[in-house]
Design a binder for this molecule. Structure first.
Ligand code: A3P
Length: 310
């Protein structure tokens, strides 16, 4: 395997994707033991594409009847990771699927597993639904570079932008190649639009309420006329916005609870800028050219598009 973060995380190639070894172990347990349910909701993402945001939004949508009073909402006192388990991490840590099997329905789980590596039992029409969010690749890369340095052991020199760029372009990341990850879910969403909802971070940033309604409809939980009158959609959008979540004490100062199926790092690591186009502040013109070129080549012949520069 390839030595990646250089502080103990080994990356190996598995069925065409470079993945951390512990993730591969989690995937194998899932293949052997996980029992999907028709009510499962799986949030699938390539890391740094908006997982935290969607965790919060979907949690708020599916639980809105329980927490009618937004003043006591769990998202105000818990990091979204504490409310929505990280599927393969929790299973890997527990050494079995039992912690997931014991969850009540509907289960809401988050995963970074690439589509081709998800068991057929989960992607068949009789099992649950997938929500996928992707993001413009230059912003994903910049976000990932920052994140990798936050996770990196303090005694090590920071990972340079150039080193991280090389990893990203070769698909050596937490979840394999960004482009292959996106393409897998894109194709699945075209094939089964009722099973896989494909979203883009940029679209959601520009008009979050449209997508909150879309999400609710996709999950068979559309907003009633009464809820619309009460401004429920706007309340959810506001609660889950970068501004609100990133300023909460739990997300600014909260410590990550290790051993609970969560990422390493602290809660604040998941809130950086939350903007479109921060790559402009980091990438060289040559990096921009290389990333845009790969994106064009990989997504050629699909309807997938992003605001590329060159
Ligand atoms: P930046 O590093 O560009 O700021 P993930 O949750 O998939 O790990 O992705 C993290 C990225 O989403 C970070 O991007 C983070 O700031 C941003 N983010 C976190 N919460 C958000 C929210 N509520 N709304 C929009 N973006 C958010």
């Amino acid at each position: 395997g390839e030595n990646w973060l250089a502080d103990g995380v080994q990356v190996v190639q598995y069925q065409g994707f470079w993945l951390p070894k512990f993730i591969v172990q989690g995937i194998m347990l899932i293949h052997d033991h996980f029992n999907p349910r028709p009510t499962d909701i799986i949030l699938s993402t390539f890391p740094k594409c908006g997982t935290t945001w969607l965790r919060a939004l979907i949690f708020a949508i599916i639980n809105r009847k329980n927490y009618y009073d937004f003043q006591n909402h769990p998202l105000l006192s818990s990091n979204p990771q504490d409310l929505v388990p990280f599927f393969e991490m929790l299973i890997h840590e527990g050494g079995s699927t039992s912690s997931i099997e014991s969850l009540p329905s509907p289960r809401f789980l988050a995963t970074h597993i690439p589509f081709p590596l998800i068991p057929k039992s989960m992607t068949s029409s009789s099992s649950g639904r997938f929500v996928y969010i992707c993001r413009e690749p230059k912003d994903v890369f910049v976000s990932m570079w920052h994140f990798m340095n936050k996770l990196r052991a303090k005694e090590l020199a920071p990972l340079s932008l150039e080193e991280a760029f090389d990893f990203f372009c070769r698909g050596v990341t937490f979840a394999g190649s960004y482009w292959d990850h996106v393409l897998g879910f894109w194709e699945a969403s075209l094939e089964s639009p009722n099973k896989v909802l494909f979203l883009k971070y940029e679209d959601m940033k520009r008009d979050p309420s449209v997508y909150v309604r879309k999400l609710a409809e996709f999950l068979d939980l559309p907003f009633s006329a009464e809820e619309e009158d009460e401004g429920m959609v706007e309340k959810i959008v506001k609660l889950c916005s970068f501004e609100s979540l990133s300023n909460l004490d739990v997300n600014k100062n909260g410590n990550n609870t290790p051993g609970k199926g969560k990422h390493p790092g602290t809660n604040s690591d998941f809130f950086r800028k939350g903007q479109i186009g921060d790559w402009r502040n980091h990438l060289t013109p040559q990096m921009v050219e290389v990333l845009d070129k790969i994106t064009k080549e990989k997504f050629q012949g699909t309807e997938l598009s992003f605001d590329l520069v060159s």
